[in-house]
Design a protein around this ligand. Structure first.
Ligand SMILES: O=C(O)C1=C[C@@H](OP(=O)(O)O)[C@@H](O)[C@H](O)C1
Ligand SMILES: C=C(OP(=O)(O)O)C(=O)O
Length: 444
Protein backbone atom coordinates (compact mmCIF):
# COMPACT_ATOMS: atom_id res chain seq x y z
CA UNK A 1 0.00 0.00 0.00
CA UNK A 2 1.38 3.43 -0.82
CA UNK A 3 1.65 5.67 2.19
CA UNK A 4 -0.71 8.12 0.54
CA UNK A 5 -3.44 5.72 -0.46
CA UNK A 6 -6.50 5.37 1.71
CA UNK A 7 -6.25 2.76 4.42
CA UNK A 8 -7.57 -0.52 2.97
CA UNK A 9 -11.21 -1.27 3.61
CA UNK A 10 -10.89 -4.99 2.83
CA UNK A 11 -10.88 -6.87 6.10
CA UNK A 12 -7.62 -8.55 7.03
CA UNK A 13 -6.83 -9.72 10.55
CA UNK A 14 -3.34 -9.78 12.11
CA UNK A 15 -2.68 -12.36 14.82
CA UNK A 16 -1.34 -10.13 17.57
CA UNK A 17 1.85 -11.58 19.07
CA UNK A 18 1.18 -13.09 22.49
CA UNK A 19 4.03 -12.81 25.00
CA UNK A 20 4.70 -16.05 26.82
CA UNK A 21 6.71 -14.22 29.47
CA UNK A 22 8.01 -10.77 30.39
CA UNK A 23 9.35 -8.70 27.50
CA UNK A 24 12.82 -7.16 27.82
CA UNK A 25 13.35 -4.74 24.95
CA UNK A 26 14.89 -1.47 23.83
CA UNK A 27 12.76 0.27 21.22
CA UNK A 28 13.84 3.20 19.11
CA UNK A 29 10.62 5.08 18.32
CA UNK A 30 10.15 7.07 15.05
CA UNK A 31 9.75 10.86 15.13
CA UNK A 32 6.79 12.81 16.43
CA UNK A 33 3.90 13.35 14.04
CA UNK A 34 2.79 16.53 15.77
CA UNK A 35 6.26 18.09 15.70
CA UNK A 36 7.08 16.97 12.14
CA UNK A 37 3.86 18.39 10.71
CA UNK A 38 4.16 21.68 12.64
CA UNK A 39 7.75 22.20 11.47
CA UNK A 40 6.71 21.38 7.89
CA UNK A 41 4.04 24.13 7.99
CA UNK A 42 6.47 26.66 9.47
CA UNK A 43 9.18 25.71 6.95
CA UNK A 44 6.74 26.35 4.09
CA UNK A 45 6.20 29.91 5.41
CA UNK A 46 9.76 30.68 6.53
CA UNK A 47 12.23 33.25 5.14
CA UNK A 48 14.56 30.61 3.67
CA UNK A 49 15.13 26.84 3.38
CA UNK A 50 14.76 24.77 6.57
CA UNK A 51 16.03 21.31 7.44
CA UNK A 52 14.13 18.71 9.45
CA UNK A 53 16.51 16.07 10.82
CA UNK A 54 15.27 12.53 11.51
CA UNK A 55 11.65 13.52 10.75
CA UNK A 56 8.67 11.20 10.70
CA UNK A 57 7.98 9.34 7.44
CA UNK A 58 4.43 8.07 7.71
CA UNK A 59 1.09 8.52 5.97
CA UNK A 60 0.29 11.72 7.91
CA UNK A 61 3.67 13.34 7.29
CA UNK A 62 3.64 12.36 3.61
CA UNK A 63 0.18 13.84 3.20
CA UNK A 64 1.54 17.07 4.71
CA UNK A 65 4.59 17.03 2.42
CA UNK A 66 2.36 16.49 -0.63
CA UNK A 67 0.00 19.27 0.49
CA UNK A 68 2.88 21.73 0.79
CA UNK A 69 4.28 20.68 -2.58
CA UNK A 70 0.84 21.33 -4.13
CA UNK A 71 0.90 24.83 -2.65
CA UNK A 72 4.33 25.49 -4.18
CA UNK A 73 6.89 24.50 -1.55
CA UNK A 74 9.82 22.28 -2.53
CA UNK A 75 10.53 19.34 -0.25
CA UNK A 76 13.69 17.35 -0.92
CA UNK A 77 15.09 14.31 0.84
CA UNK A 78 18.67 14.56 2.16
CA UNK A 79 20.84 11.83 3.66
CA UNK A 80 20.80 12.12 7.42
CA UNK A 81 21.47 10.03 10.48
CA UNK A 82 17.84 9.16 11.29
CA UNK A 83 17.06 5.47 11.80
CA UNK A 84 13.79 5.65 9.90
CA UNK A 85 14.51 7.63 6.74
CA UNK A 86 16.09 10.73 5.22
CA UNK A 87 16.09 14.32 6.46
CA UNK A 88 13.83 16.82 4.70
CA UNK A 89 14.93 20.13 3.18
CA UNK A 90 12.01 22.50 2.67
CA UNK A 91 12.16 25.54 0.39
CA UNK A 92 9.22 27.80 1.25
CA UNK A 93 6.17 28.53 -0.89
CA UNK A 94 7.22 31.39 -3.21
CA UNK A 95 5.32 34.69 -2.65
CA UNK A 96 3.99 34.57 -6.23
CA UNK A 97 2.67 30.98 -6.01
CA UNK A 98 -0.76 30.76 -7.64
CA UNK A 99 -3.12 28.46 -9.53
CA UNK A 100 -5.75 25.90 -8.64
CA UNK A 101 -4.63 22.81 -6.73
CA UNK A 102 -6.09 20.05 -4.61
CA UNK A 103 -5.03 18.60 -1.26
CA UNK A 104 -5.69 15.07 0.00
CA UNK A 105 -6.02 15.20 3.80
CA UNK A 106 -6.34 11.43 4.21
CA UNK A 107 -7.49 11.08 7.82
CA UNK A 108 -4.86 13.50 9.16
CA UNK A 109 -6.25 16.12 11.54
CA UNK A 110 -3.04 18.13 11.19
CA UNK A 111 -3.47 18.33 7.41
CA UNK A 112 -7.21 19.06 7.33
CA UNK A 113 -6.94 21.74 10.05
CA UNK A 114 -3.47 23.28 9.50
CA UNK A 115 -3.35 23.54 5.70
CA UNK A 116 -6.57 25.51 4.87
CA UNK A 117 -5.36 28.71 6.63
CA UNK A 118 -2.07 28.34 4.76
CA UNK A 119 -3.94 27.97 1.47
CA UNK A 120 -5.79 31.20 2.28
CA UNK A 121 -2.45 33.06 2.07
CA UNK A 122 -1.90 31.98 -1.52
CA UNK A 123 -3.54 33.27 -4.70
CA UNK A 124 -5.63 30.45 -6.15
CA UNK A 125 -8.25 27.88 -5.31
CA UNK A 126 -7.26 24.92 -3.12
CA UNK A 127 -9.77 22.09 -2.83
CA UNK A 128 -9.61 19.81 0.21
CA UNK A 129 -10.94 16.29 0.69
CA UNK A 130 -9.87 13.12 2.47
CA UNK A 131 -10.80 9.58 3.49
CA UNK A 132 -14.51 8.80 3.94
CA UNK A 133 -14.28 9.25 7.73
CA UNK A 134 -12.37 12.54 7.32
CA UNK A 135 -15.65 14.04 6.11
CA UNK A 136 -17.10 13.34 9.55
CA UNK A 137 -14.33 14.94 11.62
CA UNK A 138 -15.08 18.39 13.09
CA UNK A 139 -13.91 21.24 10.81
CA UNK A 140 -16.47 23.96 11.55
CA UNK A 141 -14.25 26.27 13.61
CA UNK A 142 -11.53 26.45 10.93
CA UNK A 143 -14.07 27.08 8.19
CA UNK A 144 -15.96 29.78 10.10
CA UNK A 145 -12.67 31.40 11.18
CA UNK A 146 -11.56 31.70 7.56
CA UNK A 147 -14.92 33.23 6.62
CA UNK A 148 -14.63 35.71 9.51
CA UNK A 149 -11.19 36.63 8.20
CA UNK A 150 -12.74 37.49 4.85
CA UNK A 151 -11.47 34.41 3.02
CA UNK A 152 -13.81 33.03 0.37
CA UNK A 153 -14.83 29.38 0.67
CA UNK A 154 -16.70 27.31 -1.89
CA UNK A 155 -18.79 24.13 -1.60
CA UNK A 156 -18.56 24.02 2.15
CA UNK A 157 -21.18 22.69 4.51
CA UNK A 158 -19.02 22.82 7.61
CA UNK A 159 -16.86 19.77 6.87
CA UNK A 160 -14.70 18.24 4.14
CA UNK A 161 -14.78 18.56 1.15
CA UNK A 162 -14.50 22.31 0.50
CA UNK A 163 -12.45 24.81 -1.49
CA UNK A 164 -10.47 27.78 -0.19
CA UNK A 165 -10.28 30.63 -2.72
CA UNK A 166 -7.21 32.59 -1.61
CA UNK A 167 -6.26 36.04 -2.85
CA UNK A 168 -2.63 36.08 -1.74
CA UNK A 169 -3.08 37.90 1.59
CA UNK A 170 -5.13 37.75 4.78
CA UNK A 171 -5.53 40.86 6.89
CA UNK A 172 -6.00 39.01 10.21
CA UNK A 173 -6.94 40.86 13.40
CA UNK A 174 -9.37 39.72 16.06
CA UNK A 175 -11.07 36.35 15.86
CA UNK A 176 -13.31 34.46 18.28
CA UNK A 177 -13.73 30.69 17.83
CA UNK A 178 -15.13 27.70 19.70
CA UNK A 179 -12.24 25.22 19.87
CA UNK A 180 -13.91 22.78 22.28
CA UNK A 181 -13.97 20.04 19.62
CA UNK A 182 -10.23 20.15 18.90
CA UNK A 183 -7.10 22.01 19.98
CA UNK A 184 -6.04 21.80 16.34
CA UNK A 185 -8.43 24.67 15.51
CA UNK A 186 -6.31 26.96 17.69
CA UNK A 187 -2.99 25.55 16.46
CA UNK A 188 -4.05 25.90 12.82
CA UNK A 189 -4.63 29.65 13.15
CA UNK A 190 -1.63 30.36 15.40
CA UNK A 191 0.74 28.61 12.97
CA UNK A 192 -0.03 31.07 10.16
CA UNK A 193 -0.97 34.13 12.26
CA UNK A 194 2.42 35.82 11.90
CA UNK A 195 1.85 35.96 8.14
CA UNK A 196 -1.47 37.78 8.46
CA UNK A 197 -0.94 41.48 7.72
CA UNK A 198 -2.09 42.52 11.19
CA UNK A 199 -1.17 39.32 13.00
CA UNK A 200 -3.85 37.55 15.02
CA UNK A 201 -5.76 38.07 18.27
CA UNK A 202 -7.44 34.72 18.83
CA UNK A 203 -9.92 34.01 21.57
CA UNK A 204 -11.68 30.77 22.48
CA UNK A 205 -15.23 30.89 23.82
CA UNK A 206 -17.12 27.72 24.77
CA UNK A 207 -16.53 24.48 26.67
CA UNK A 208 -12.86 23.84 27.60
CA UNK A 209 -10.32 23.39 24.79
CA UNK A 210 -8.97 19.79 24.87
CA UNK A 211 -5.38 18.66 24.39
CA UNK A 212 -3.82 21.88 25.73
CA UNK A 213 -0.33 20.35 25.53
CA UNK A 214 -0.64 20.45 21.75
CA UNK A 215 -1.31 24.21 21.83
CA UNK A 216 1.71 24.68 24.10
CA UNK A 217 3.69 22.76 21.46
CA UNK A 218 2.45 25.13 18.73
CA UNK A 219 3.43 28.18 20.76
CA UNK A 220 6.87 26.67 21.48
CA UNK A 221 7.70 25.90 17.83
CA UNK A 222 6.53 29.38 16.78
CA UNK A 223 8.81 31.01 19.36
CA UNK A 224 11.72 28.82 18.19
CA UNK A 225 11.15 30.30 14.72
CA UNK A 226 11.27 33.85 16.12
CA UNK A 227 7.53 34.51 16.17
CA UNK A 228 6.26 36.64 19.06
CA UNK A 229 3.31 34.93 20.76
CA UNK A 230 1.55 36.03 23.93
CA UNK A 231 -0.32 33.16 25.60
CA UNK A 232 -0.33 34.67 29.10
CA UNK A 233 -4.14 34.87 29.28
CA UNK A 234 -6.04 31.54 29.28
CA UNK A 235 -8.09 30.94 26.12
CA UNK A 236 -6.51 33.93 24.40
CA UNK A 237 -3.50 34.21 22.10
CA UNK A 238 -1.80 37.13 20.34
CA UNK A 239 0.53 36.41 17.41
CA UNK A 240 2.52 39.44 16.21
CA UNK A 241 2.88 39.85 12.45
CA UNK A 242 6.42 39.17 11.28
CA UNK A 243 8.95 36.86 9.77
CA UNK A 244 9.09 33.13 10.43
CA UNK A 245 12.83 32.39 10.56
CA UNK A 246 14.21 29.41 8.67
CA UNK A 247 15.53 26.66 10.97
CA UNK A 248 17.49 23.44 11.27
CA UNK A 249 15.88 21.12 13.76
CA UNK A 250 16.09 17.52 14.99
CA UNK A 251 12.67 15.99 15.59
CA UNK A 252 12.03 14.27 18.93
CA UNK A 253 10.76 10.68 19.00
CA UNK A 254 6.98 10.37 19.14
CA UNK A 255 6.29 9.95 22.85
CA UNK A 256 2.63 9.10 22.23
CA UNK A 257 3.69 6.28 19.93
CA UNK A 258 6.23 5.19 22.54
CA UNK A 259 3.19 4.53 24.74
CA UNK A 260 2.16 1.08 23.48
CA UNK A 261 5.77 -0.17 23.81
CA UNK A 262 6.05 1.19 27.35
CA UNK A 263 2.65 -0.33 28.10
CA UNK A 264 4.07 -3.72 27.06
CA UNK A 265 6.27 -3.64 30.17
CA UNK A 266 3.16 -3.45 32.35
CA UNK A 267 1.14 -5.90 30.27
CA UNK A 268 3.82 -8.60 30.62
CA UNK A 269 5.59 -7.69 33.86
CA UNK A 270 8.72 -6.96 31.81
CA UNK A 271 11.10 -4.10 31.03
CA UNK A 272 11.04 -1.68 28.08
CA UNK A 273 13.57 1.06 27.35
CA UNK A 274 13.03 3.98 24.95
CA UNK A 275 16.25 5.89 24.16
CA UNK A 276 16.50 9.60 23.19
CA UNK A 277 13.71 10.56 25.59
CA UNK A 278 13.68 14.39 25.65
CA UNK A 279 14.16 15.88 29.12
CA UNK A 280 12.26 19.01 28.14
CA UNK A 281 9.35 18.56 25.75
CA UNK A 282 5.89 19.87 24.94
CA UNK A 283 4.70 16.43 23.80
CA UNK A 284 1.71 15.06 25.72
CA UNK A 285 3.61 11.75 25.94
CA UNK A 286 5.78 13.34 28.65
CA UNK A 287 2.84 12.38 30.86
CA UNK A 288 3.84 8.70 30.69
CA UNK A 289 6.26 9.49 33.51
CA UNK A 290 3.32 10.19 35.81
CA UNK A 291 0.62 7.95 34.26
CA UNK A 292 2.54 4.66 34.21
CA UNK A 293 3.52 4.71 37.92
CA UNK A 294 -0.16 5.30 38.79
CA UNK A 295 -0.93 2.09 36.89
CA UNK A 296 1.73 0.18 38.80
CA UNK A 297 4.97 0.59 36.82
CA UNK A 298 8.42 1.61 37.99
CA UNK A 299 9.66 4.41 35.75
CA UNK A 300 13.16 5.84 35.51
CA UNK A 301 14.71 8.43 33.18
CA UNK A 302 18.42 7.62 33.05
CA UNK A 303 21.34 10.07 32.69
CA UNK A 304 21.73 8.97 29.07
CA UNK A 305 18.09 10.00 28.30
CA UNK A 306 16.61 6.51 28.21
CA UNK A 307 13.16 6.01 29.68
CA UNK A 308 13.08 2.66 31.45
CA UNK A 309 9.69 1.20 32.41
CA UNK A 310 9.41 -1.95 34.52
CA UNK A 311 6.16 -3.78 35.06
CA UNK A 312 5.67 -5.26 38.49
CA UNK A 313 3.34 -8.02 37.32
CA UNK A 314 0.26 -6.18 38.60
CA UNK A 315 -1.60 -3.36 36.89
CA UNK A 316 -3.66 -1.15 39.17
CA UNK A 317 -6.60 0.91 37.93
CA UNK A 318 -6.50 4.70 38.23
CA UNK A 319 -8.52 7.88 37.79
CA UNK A 320 -6.92 9.80 34.95
CA UNK A 321 -8.04 13.07 33.34
CA UNK A 322 -7.15 14.68 30.01
CA UNK A 323 -5.05 11.86 28.55
CA UNK A 324 -5.79 13.16 25.02
CA UNK A 325 -4.28 10.97 22.29
CA UNK A 326 -2.75 8.68 24.98
CA UNK A 327 -6.23 7.50 25.98
CA UNK A 328 -6.55 4.35 23.80
CA UNK A 329 -3.24 3.02 25.19
CA UNK A 330 -4.32 3.90 28.74
CA UNK A 331 -7.70 2.23 28.19
CA UNK A 332 -6.01 -0.98 27.03
CA UNK A 333 -3.87 -1.06 30.17
CA UNK A 334 -6.87 -0.31 32.40
CA UNK A 335 -8.69 -3.29 30.84
CA UNK A 336 -5.86 -5.50 32.14
CA UNK A 337 -5.91 -3.92 35.62
CA UNK A 338 -6.97 -5.63 38.84
CA UNK A 339 -8.99 -2.61 40.06
CA UNK A 340 -11.41 -0.19 38.32
CA UNK A 341 -10.39 2.92 36.39
CA UNK A 342 -12.08 6.13 35.31
CA UNK A 343 -10.84 8.16 32.37
CA UNK A 344 -12.29 11.68 32.05
CA UNK A 345 -11.85 14.82 29.94
CA UNK A 346 -11.73 12.87 26.67
CA UNK A 347 -15.22 13.43 25.24
CA UNK A 348 -13.65 15.02 22.16
CA UNK A 349 -12.16 11.63 21.22
CA UNK A 350 -15.56 11.04 19.59
CA UNK A 351 -14.28 13.31 16.77
CA UNK A 352 -10.91 11.61 16.29
CA UNK A 353 -9.99 9.05 13.58
CA UNK A 354 -13.15 7.26 14.70
CA UNK A 355 -15.46 7.72 17.68
CA UNK A 356 -12.78 6.33 19.98
CA UNK A 357 -15.00 6.04 23.04
CA UNK A 358 -17.58 3.94 21.20
CA UNK A 359 -14.85 1.93 19.47
CA UNK A 360 -13.00 1.14 22.71
CA UNK A 361 -16.23 0.11 24.42
CA UNK A 362 -17.23 -2.15 21.51
CA UNK A 363 -13.86 -3.84 21.07
CA UNK A 364 -12.82 -4.30 24.70
CA UNK A 365 -16.32 -5.64 25.45
CA UNK A 366 -15.99 -8.06 22.51
CA UNK A 367 -12.93 -9.55 24.24
CA UNK A 368 -14.87 -10.00 27.50
CA UNK A 369 -13.99 -6.64 29.10
CA UNK A 370 -16.24 -4.45 31.21
CA UNK A 371 -16.18 -0.88 29.84
CA UNK A 372 -18.79 1.83 29.94
CA UNK A 373 -18.94 5.17 28.16
CA UNK A 374 -19.57 8.27 30.30
CA UNK A 375 -20.32 11.84 29.21
CA UNK A 376 -16.63 12.65 28.87
CA UNK A 377 -14.77 9.38 29.12
CA UNK A 378 -14.77 5.72 30.12
CA UNK A 379 -15.20 3.61 33.24
CA UNK A 380 -13.30 0.33 33.03
CA UNK A 381 -13.80 -2.49 35.53
CA UNK A 382 -11.75 -5.68 35.95
CA UNK A 383 -12.96 -8.64 33.87
CA UNK A 384 -11.23 -11.72 32.45
CA UNK A 385 -10.42 -11.20 28.76
CA UNK A 386 -10.33 -13.80 26.00
CA UNK A 387 -9.07 -13.88 22.41
CA UNK A 388 -11.07 -12.84 19.35
CA UNK A 389 -11.23 -10.21 16.61
CA UNK A 390 -10.44 -6.58 17.48
CA UNK A 391 -11.86 -4.08 14.97
CA UNK A 392 -9.87 -0.89 14.39
CA UNK A 393 -12.06 1.49 12.32
CA UNK A 394 -9.07 2.86 10.30
CA UNK A 395 -7.66 4.15 13.62
CA UNK A 396 -3.96 3.61 14.30
CA UNK A 397 -4.41 3.99 18.05
CA UNK A 398 -7.21 1.37 18.12
CA UNK A 399 -4.76 -1.00 16.38
CA UNK A 400 -2.00 -0.38 18.91
CA UNK A 401 -4.48 -0.67 21.82
CA UNK A 402 -5.51 -4.08 20.45
CA UNK A 403 -1.86 -5.11 20.19
CA UNK A 404 -1.34 -4.36 23.91
CA UNK A 405 -4.30 -6.58 24.79
CA UNK A 406 -3.00 -9.29 22.44
CA UNK A 407 0.34 -9.33 24.22
CA UNK A 408 -1.40 -10.29 27.47
CA UNK A 409 -4.32 -12.33 26.08
CA UNK A 410 -3.77 -15.20 23.66
CA UNK A 411 -5.67 -15.20 20.36
CA UNK A 412 -6.41 -11.51 19.72
CA UNK A 413 -6.65 -10.73 15.98
CA UNK A 414 -6.36 -7.12 14.92
CA UNK A 415 -8.20 -5.80 11.92
CA UNK A 416 -6.06 -3.90 9.38
CA UNK A 417 -2.80 -3.53 11.30
CA UNK A 418 -1.56 -1.42 8.34
CA UNK A 419 -3.61 1.44 9.71
CA UNK A 420 -0.68 2.05 12.09
CA UNK A 421 1.06 3.51 9.01
CA UNK A 422 -0.77 6.77 9.77
CA UNK A 423 1.96 7.65 12.23
CA UNK A 424 4.25 4.61 12.56
CA UNK A 425 4.59 2.32 9.51
CA UNK A 426 7.20 0.25 11.38
CA UNK A 427 4.75 -0.73 14.15
CA UNK A 428 4.09 -4.38 13.14
CA UNK A 429 7.82 -5.26 12.86
CA UNK A 430 8.83 -3.34 15.97
CA UNK A 431 5.99 -4.97 17.90
CA UNK A 432 6.90 -8.49 16.72
CA UNK A 433 10.52 -7.89 17.75
CA UNK A 434 9.37 -6.65 21.16
CA UNK A 435 7.12 -9.68 21.67
CA UNK A 436 9.92 -12.05 20.60
CA UNK A 437 12.01 -10.94 23.58
CA UNK A 438 9.49 -12.76 25.78
CA UNK A 439 10.53 -16.09 24.26
CA UNK A 440 8.41 -18.48 22.18
CA UNK A 441 4.68 -18.07 22.78
CA UNK A 442 2.87 -20.50 24.99
CA UNK A 443 1.08 -20.20 28.24
CA UNK A 444 2.46 -17.90 30.85
O1 LIG B 1 -2.07 19.26 17.05
C1 LIG B 1 -1.79 18.07 17.07
O2 LIG B 1 -0.74 17.62 16.57
C2 LIG B 1 -2.72 17.14 17.73
C3 LIG B 1 -3.66 17.63 18.60
C4 LIG B 1 -4.62 16.74 19.32
O3 LIG B 1 -5.86 16.90 18.67
P1 LIG B 1 -7.24 17.16 19.47
O4 LIG B 1 -7.14 18.47 20.12
O5 LIG B 1 -8.27 17.10 18.40
O6 LIG B 1 -7.33 16.04 20.46
C5 LIG B 1 -4.17 15.29 19.27
O7 LIG B 1 -5.19 14.46 19.77
C6 LIG B 1 -3.79 14.90 17.86
O8 LIG B 1 -3.42 13.56 17.83
C7 LIG B 1 -2.59 15.72 17.42
C1 LIG C 1 -6.17 12.28 17.00
C2 LIG C 1 -5.07 11.90 16.32
O1 LIG C 1 -4.69 12.33 15.10
P1 LIG C 1 -5.03 13.58 14.18
O2 LIG C 1 -3.75 14.35 14.06
O3 LIG C 1 -5.46 13.00 12.89
O4 LIG C 1 -6.11 14.38 14.87
C3 LIG C 1 -4.14 10.91 16.89
O5 LIG C 1 -3.06 10.70 16.28
O6 LIG C 1 -4.43 10.32 17.95
Amino acid sequence: MSALSAAPSATSFWPAPYAAGPVDATVEVPASKSLTNRYLILAALADGPSRLRAPLHSRDSLLMVEALRSLGATVEELDGDGTYGPDLLVTPIPPDASGDVSVDCGLAGTVMRFVPPLAALRAGRTSFDGDPHARKRPMGAVISALRELGVQLENDDGSLPFTVAGTGAVEGGTLVIDASASSQFVSALLLVGARFTEGLNLQHVGKPVPSLDHIAMTVAVLREAGVVVDDSIPNSWRVEPGTISAFDVRIEPDLSNAGPFLAAALATGGTVRVPHWPSDTTQVGAKWLTILPLLGAEVELTDDSTLVVRGTGTITGAELADTSELAPTVAALCSLARTPSALSGIGHLRGHETDRLAALVAEITRLGGDVEETVDGLVIRPAPLHGGPFHTYEDHRMATAGAILGLAVDGVEIENIATTGKTMPQFPELWKALAATAGPSGSR
